[in-house]
Every structure is written in C-alpha cells, then in structure tokens.
Design a protein around this ligand. Structure first.
Ligand code: FAD
Length: 289
C-alpha cells in the first residue's frame, strides 16, 4: 500500500433543518483537517435540495479552500435546466461533478422516467457536449449490482456506457464484502476500463438506519455483521466499537489490494469518519505550496 497516492474524499448532504445547518460548519472544519482531495455534496432528485447543494458546495469551498464536487442527478430534468445548473457551477469555479441519474419516482420504470434524460450516461454525454473537458466527472458504480438492473452483466455494460461517454472516475455504492469490489475491478480490467473506481465507505453507527439504507440501495449486510448489530442494538458503545472494527478492516483490505482511494459517506457527522481515518493511520497529504 502506498499511502502517499491514496485519494480520499468525504460526502456531505445539504442540511435539511436549521439545527443541521448550524452544526455543518464545525463538521466540515473537523473533516477538512484530514485534508481530503475533495468533498462531495449530494443532490436530491426531484428538486428539493438543489439550492441547498449549491449553497453547501460554495460554503465548503469558501470555508476550507478544498475542492467541492456537487452531485447532479438528471432524472426529471430538462436539458435547459441542467445546462443552467452546469453554467452556474462553472461560473462559481467548480471543476468536478458527480453525475448521476437519481432515483426514479416509486411508480416509474426507466422507460417512463420523467424529464429529458433516462440514464446517467446521457447526462455525462450532455456535460461533455456543453463543456468539453472543463469538469472532471465521477459516476456511480455498483459492485453488488444496481437494485433495478436486470442482471450483473447488463449493469456492468451500463457502467461501461458512462465511462465511454466520458466519465473520469467512479465512486461505488457502499458494500461490506470486499470481494464484490475486487470482482468489479477485475471486470473493469478485463473490459479495459482504466478509470479509477473508488470504494464508497459507509461507517457503521446505527443499526436501524443502516438496515433501511441497505434495503433501499441494494447493499448487502452480511449475515454475520447483521447478527452482531442486532445483538448490540441496545448497547451503543459496543455497536460503535464493532462497526469501527469491521469497517477499518474493510478499508485496510481495500487499500492493501490497491484501491485507488476511499470515499467516506460521512452523513454530516465528523467523528465516525475521522475515527476510521485515524485508525487507518493515513498520512496527511503534503499541503499545496
Ligand atoms: P444509471 O447509471 O443511469 O443506472 C440506473 C439503472 O439503469 C441501472 O440499473 C442501470 O443498469 C440501468 N441503465 C443505465 N444505463 C442504461 C441504458 N443506457 N439502457 C438501459 N439501462 C440502463 N441519488 C441522488 O438522488 N442524489 C445523490 O446525490 C446521489 N449520490 C450518489 C452517489 C453515489 C456514489 C452513488 C453510488 C449513488 C448516489 N445516488 C444519489 C443514488 C443514485 O442516484 C441511484 O442509485 C440511482 O437509482 C441510479 O443512479 P445512476 O447514476 O447509477 O444511474
């Protein structure tokens, strides 16, 4: 493992309550001390958090001087709406975007997706069409398969479409089975897909929340982890210790086997992510002159 080369990043969401907004600057400042390569800020499909994403991205850049990448979902959007959002980011000095489809409304299928985009590869092509290489584009990857895909091969082909459309890199859905990630990377090598695929890391801090997220996004919680989490439901300290241990081991395994970096889903909390980061003993990157 060559720690100097590791690129790690922290994901935030735009605060949804006044209390969340008040807390966020301290969270960002604590995470910034670890000098990530960038922060990313999620974007609510359907428009609810679009302004919040812009404001959070700008606040992060202003307060830390560290790059911030907005997530941009295309489902339900028009080409003109996406074009206006892109221009606003470009005018604000943004150079990196996480380009996504977003989740469909519960009743829709892909072919009935509302708006002028159906899939993330169309968004990637559109951004390249309008802005050439101005933005570095990250896309989503699913080592355990996207929950709506009809099969792993089809899903992988669809991942390849995003890379062919011009993605510079990918961040994965979280997983707790490192072999799923290694298998995905092997398939990339076989398909001569050379972009970095950075594992998404979800700290384990809350059993009910993790179960809910995992059911929605198709991430598997291995039986042995699930059983232990159930056992520690009423013992928060034991659950945190167990979660930290499991995810630290996962991160070490990934880094020791050449994962190009780690993307932490911070859920707007600094401590679970920083505990992991400290456990991994990663050196601070050299500060830019
Ligand atoms: P796509 O790559 O378009 O894939 C969606 C589905 O369609 C897959 O099943 C795929 O196999 C299939 N497919 C793709 N292309 C084609 C094609 N050309 N023809 C036929 N089928 C196709 N959601 C948010 O709302 N906001 C966020 O900020 C957000 N951030 C995320 C960050 C990461 C790192 C990840 C992994 C996910 C994030 N999501 C976010 C969730 C994401 O929006 C959902 O998983 C969504 O359902 C799929 O988005 P995608 O970009 O992967 O879609």
């Amino acid at each position: 493992m060559n720690n100097d080369q590791i690129q790690f990043s922290f994901e935030l969401f735009p605060p949804r309550t006044p209390a969340g907004a008040e807390k966020l600057p301290a969270v960002v400042s604590a995470l910034a001390a670890a000098r990530p390569a960038f922060f990313s800020v999620t974007y609510g499909a359907g428009g609810s958090e679009q302004q919040g994403t812009y404001e959070t991205v700008m606040q992060v850049v202003e307060s830390t001087g560290i790059e911030a990448a907005p997530h941009l979902t295309c489902v339900g959007s028009s080409r003109s709406g996406i074009a206006a959002t892109l221009q606003r980011y470009r005018d604000g000095g943004i150079r990196r975007i996480v380009a996504l489809r977003g989740d469909l409304p519960a009743t829709a299928t892909s072919t009935q997706a509302p708006g002028e985009f159906r899939y993330a590869n169309e968004l990637v092509s559109f951004i390249r069409e309008l802005h050439g290489d101005h933005f570095s584009l990250e896309v989503a990857a699913y080592p355990e398969m996207h929950p709506q895909a009809t099969g792993p091969d089809v899903d992988f082909d669809n991942f390849r479409r995003k890379v062919d459309a011009g993605a510079n890199g990918a961040v994965t859905q979280y997983f707790y089975n490192a072999d799923a990630y290694f298998d995905f990377v092997d398939r990339c090598q076989q398909a001569q897909i050379a972009v970095p695929v950075v594992p998404g890391i979800m700290p384990i801090t809350n059993h009910a929340q993790l179960t809910r997220f995992s059911a929605a996004c198709g991430a598997e919680i291995p039986r042995w982890i699930r059983l232990r989490l159930e056992r520690y439901q009423d013992d928060r300290e034991a659950l945190l210790d167990f979660g930290l241990d499991v995810v630290t081991r996962l991160c070490r395994t990934l880094l020791e086997n050449d994962a190009p970096g780690l993307h932490f889903y911070s859920l707007n909390q600094s401590e679970p992510t920083l505990r992991l980061w400290r456990n991994l003993d990663l050196p601070l990157p050299i500060a830019a002159p």
